[in-house]
Structure formats: C-alpha cells, structure tokens
Design a protein around this ligand. Sequence first.
Ligand code: SAM
Length: 297
Amino acid sequence: MPMARQALTFFTNPFRKYTIPTILFAQKTPKRHRFSCHYTHSVSAISDPKPCIRSPEAIALEYSDLNLPHTTSEEVGHVRIRQHVNPLSASFATPAEVPNWDEVYKDARLPLMVDIGSGSGRFLMWLAKRNLHSKNYLGLEIRKKLAMRAEDWAKELSLRNIHYMFANATISFKQLVSTYPGPLILVSILCPDPHFKKKHHKRRVLQKPLVDSIVNCLAPGGQVFIQSDVLEVALDMRNHFDAESDTLTHVINTDSSVLCDDDGWLLSNPMGIRTEREIHAELEGAKIYRRMYQKRI
Ligand SMILES: C[S@@+](CC[C@H](N)C(=O)[O-])C[C@H]1O[C@@H](n2cnc3c(N)ncnc32)[C@H](O)[C@@H]1O
C-alpha cells in the first residue's frame, strides 16, 4: 500500500468508524467549499470542529492508488466545475447514442455496475481497477467535460472494463442498459444533486421512470446502492425504492452481516471506497444516509 494511502487509512476504511485525530482540527468557521457541489450542511449538522485537511487533499489521498495524470487532453481542456446543471433543459433531452459494447469493453458479457451521476469518475475507476477481469463499469454523467476527462483517464490507465458517457441518465439509462449484453448487477446513485427548492425537485435525477427502468433492468439478485449527505434527498430516494417492495428488499433482510441504525440507514459504506462528495461531506462532519437494495430472486 503506498505511504499516502496508508496515512489516510483511518479516513478510508469503510468498515471502521472514521476517527480523525484531533491534531487535524481547528476552530475555524466553515467556508463555502469550492467543490463540485456548492451546498453546505446546517450548523447543527456540523457543530464539531472542522478538520484542517481540505477536500482536494483528502480526495487526492483517497484515490492515490489510481496515479491519475494531472494533465487532460486538449479536447477536454480545463474542467471548470459548475454548480448544478438543469437536466430538464433542451440541451440534455437527446438520448445518448448506444455504443457498440464489444468495442467499449474487453468482455461485454461481464456483469455490469452503473454509477448514475459519476462526477469525476474516480470512485468508479477505483472499483474497476480492482475488478479488472470480473466486472464492467459504466459511469453516466450529465456534465460532458467530466465524462470526457474520466474517459481520458481510463484510456491512460488502459482500463478495458470501464466506460464513461456524457448522458442524462433520466433520458438514457433504459436504452443504454437494456442493450448491454451481460447482467446488470449493481446501480449506484451517490450524493445526487439535491435541487433543494420544491419547484426544482423535478430536476432530481431519481424520478419514477428511472426507478422503473432500474428495477426492470437489474438481474435477479442485483443491487441498488443509494446514499446522500442530505437527509431529505436520501429519504426521497428511499421512498422511491421502498415502494418497490414486491421486487426489491433492503439488504439487511438478505445479509445478516449488514448493520443499520434504528432508522434503517446502513452503518458503513459497503463499497470499500468513498465518493468525492462523501469525502467532502464527512470532512464537514455530516452523516451519510445509505441504503442498499437487492432484487428478489
Ligand atoms: C453532487 S455530484 C456527486 C458526484 C458523485 N456521485 C459523488 O458522490 O461524488 C452529482 C453528479 O450527478 C450529475 N448529474 C446530475 N443530474 C444528472 C443526470 N440527470 N444524469 C447524469 N448525471 C447527472 C452531476 O453533474 C454531478 O456530477
């Protein structure tokens, strides 16, 4: 294990409660963070002292195993991270073209994991690197430059089991996934854009048609992993999937090793790696609300 990663083990081990040494803390007032998602947690949610380590450093350390290049192609250029895009705007209404899966993956029959709203793509890439010959990975991201940069990185690392697409998942998920030749075994929606205002809730990525497509496309025994650092958003996603109880069951009902709190949220991240938003939120002292569902066999 590289030194940098070892040093951050206490941040990254999902099966251990994160304990951050007090030496890292300072009593500063939290600033709005210059990160991809510009929402902060309420004061009550972050009453603990703030850690001195900043999200970009924590993120770099979390993914240090990837050894990603710092440069990006001319075509991608500088990736300016904007606040939320509006997925309902006409510019995102065109379905993504279905690729030739046999050209995309070395073996397009392998089980597939899809990450909806893959952001920078590092989370999925970390998983792909660990499961080179057993699983394929597909990142769907509505911000084109993020998807392009992630695809550049995957090529740079010669990963033939991962692919990133510029796609509005609400529009394109069903067609893309139903044409994939192998089984769909896992769909993740991790810290989706919250779109707080009620009138903007319809911009949230998880809407009933997407839920239906996920449930229908999943292989028997396949799983859905959702999480958010915003309780309201986590509850919204949870309500959608709880409503599919004829087809889906929460994993605590199928796996006795999975632990939940009294409200039914998973006690730890089952993936072995955190997403960027998750790292940032945990640095702010926020709780991450997680559920994992399994399709009945
Ligand atoms: C808050 S970020 C979280 C990124 C990553 N999952 C994480 O946890 O760090 C949400 C991501 O979802 C993307 N997104 C939002 N709506 C989307 C949609 N309809 N289809 C695909 N991606 C979407 C955003 O561009 C953004 O990168």
